[in-house]
Design a protein around this ligand. Structure first.
Ligand code: PLP
Length: 352
């Protein structure tokens, strides 16, 4: 059935092993971040086989799907107070930055007769989640008063909102704060988590501060490239996930529409370049499934023309393939296209 997404689990496992092994040489454990594939259990399982011991997701609904896998579960998005009891139940560790929430988790853990582990997030400039460095003492003092919360670690998130690149400087600051907490409060932080796939480039350069012993890896494991500079990582697969869509019309047509131009399906006024008569393929998939601009055609001689809710139009004039109606066109993915393809219920997911 098409459109479909084909996932090569062996390639995911291989990618995970490469990154996991390389990080181990620097004393760093990794979390496998499952949110980009909506927590599909089989893919998470491939990552566990590839050597990871922590599975992390933004949503409790996804962690629930992973309940049977033998890995510690981590909630990445700051918990909603309204979900505190589910967080304690389904996540071993959660990332936090608000005392009010941590107190709610403490209450929930008390009710469930357990201790919930938290990673305190520090904002080192990217301006998404995290307490500011000058609040560390105030917040840690309060956390340490809570009987059902264990301050398990310290973390930072970079290259998400602000695009800030992880460096020896900002991660050095995280390491210093971790040292400060350990000395001042006479506790040990088991985990100091220095960011996501964008921190990986520091690992082969051996530039990650010693104190950092964890990274949270999503994109790099599934797409085979680091995300500070977008570079491919040697020996990794960038084609573990392939999107396939079927041609439902193939005709030669003009490149400029006929008639007065109003608005397209999404209220934008389109513009056109006259390239004469072109061979145009309509594929049976559209914006409901994926943003076509985030697809990488495996046939690099085809060009994206436009899409509406359920159709994509590609110019195949220059291709060496002799496409016909009913043929399948294949694409590699970007992060955004993977995210939406997994979310679309119209896309069949096949595993090989
Ligand atoms: C999504 C996310 C990650 C993983 O990011 P990648 O760029 O996919 O590696 C790590 N940490 C947090 C807090 C996240 O939300």
């Amino acid at each position: 059935m098409y459109p479909r997404l084909v996932v090569d689990l062996k390639k995911v496992e291989h990618n995970t092993r490469i990154i996991s092994d390389s990080c181990k040489t620097q004393g760093v454990d990794i979390m496998g971040v499952t949110k980009v594939f909506c927590g599909f259990e089989k893919i998470a399982e491939a990552e566990v086989k590839g050597g990871i011991k922590f599975l992390a997701d933004s949503r409790i609904e996804n962690l629930m799907k992973l309940n049977d896998l033998s890995a510690e579960k981590v909630l990445l998005r700051l918990p909603m107070i309204s979900q505190a009891s589910e967080v304690v139940k389904y996540a071993d560790i959660s990332l936090n930055s608000e005392l009010k929430t941590i107190q709610a988790l403490n209450d929930a853990a008390k009710k469930q007769g357990t201790i919930h582990k938290i990673m305190l997030m520090v904002d080192l400039g990217d301006l998404r989640e995290g307490i500011l460095p000058n609040q560390v003492d105030v917040v840690v003092t309060e956390i340490l008063k809570l009987d059902h919360i264990k301050l398990y670690g310290l973390g930072v998130n970079l290259t998400c909102y602000g695009g800030v690149i992880p460096s020896e400087k900002n991660l050095g600051q995280l390491a210093e704060i971790a040292d400060h907490i350990e000395k001042t409060y006479d506790i040990q932080l088991e985990m100091v988590s220095g960011g996501n796939s964008s921190s990986y480039y520091l690992v082969p350069q051996e530039k990650l501060p010693k104190k950092i012993n964890n990274l949270r890896m999503g994109e790099i494991l599934v797409l085979g490239r680091e995300t500070a500079y977008g570079d491919a990582v040697e020996d990794m697969h960038d084609d573990a996930f392939i999107f396939e869509a079927e041609i439902v019309e193939l005709k030669e047509k003009a490149s400029v529409p006929t008639g007065d131009i109003g608005m397209d399906a999404f209220g934008n006024k389109p513009t056109f370049v006259d390239k004469g008569i072109r061979r145009r393929a309509i594929l049976a998939a559209g914006v409901q499934d994926v943003k076509a601009a985030q697809l990488i055609p495996m046939d690099d001689k085809i060009d994206f023309l436009g899409s509406s809710s359920d159709h994509m139009i590609w110019d195949v004039t220059d291709s060496e393939e002799n496409y016909e109606v009913g043929d399948i066109v294949k694409f590699k993915l970007e992060y955004g296209s993977m995210l939406s393809l997994f979310t679309s219920e119209y896309i069949q997911k096949d595993f090989i």
